[in-house]
Design a protein around this ligand. Structure first.
Ligand code: HEM
Length: 158
């Protein structure tokens, strides 16, 4: 089962890099950008950081998805998706799908077109909304990580 151990290690490594980055952006970068600490052009400051991190996040999302499905197939865990006790398995797939949508569809096709316009005309409102959206996906991710680590050890809240 060495392959499953390696897949799990890569899975967790991907989660650390990706969700750790989301935590950093949400709690550190966005508040600094909103206050103008990184310069008056908030859009440029945010973009300078975001366009570098987005590729790390995209790579991590792909690694986490591949290793997650690999482990599910190797250990034949598909039945878990029929039980509420394994809510954290559903949560992992939901968070993954949500980020897949955000990073590969919303960020390049919608955010670039509409957010840039919005952030230029009403930066206060646009960045407040952006930070709120980051908090929502961050909390969902942290709850999922808590559920996955405790759940994979056999502990369940249900
Ligand atoms: C396609 C999506 C995903 C699939 C199919 C998947 C699948 C799995 C599987 C099969 C395990 C091993 C469970 C066990 O040993 O009982 C696991 C563990 C784990 N996953 Fe996922 N996962 C996915 C996405 C995610 C995401 C998005 C996160 C974080 C937000 C995440 C965080 C974790 C964590 C923290 C563990 C526990 C590792 C440990 O304690 O050993 N996974 N995942």
């Amino acid at each position: 089962m060495d392959d499953v151990i390696i897949a799990r290690a890569l899975h967790v490594l991907g989660v650390v890099i990706w969700i750790g980055g989301v935590m950093m952006v949400t709690t550190t970068v966005l508040p600094a950008v909103r206050r103008g600490d990184l310069g008056h052009d908030r859009l440029m400051a945010f973009h300078a950081i975001e366009h570098r991190f987005v590729w790390q996040a995209r790579t991590a999302v792909i690694v986490v998805g591949l290793t997650g499905f690999y482990m599910s197939a190797r250990m034949d865990l598909w039945e878990r998706f029929q039980s509420l006790q394994f809510w954290w398995m559903h949560a992992m797939v939901c968070v993954w799908l949500l980020f897949l949508l955000i990073l590969f569809v919303i960020e390049p096709f919608i955010l670039h077109r509409y957010f840039h316009k919005w952030a230029t005309t009403a930066p206060e409102v646009a960045f407040a909304w952006l930070q709120r959206a980051h908090w929502v996906v961050l909390v969902l991710s942290l709850v999922t990580i808590f559920g996955a680590v405790t759940g994979s050890q056999g502990w369940s809240a249900f």
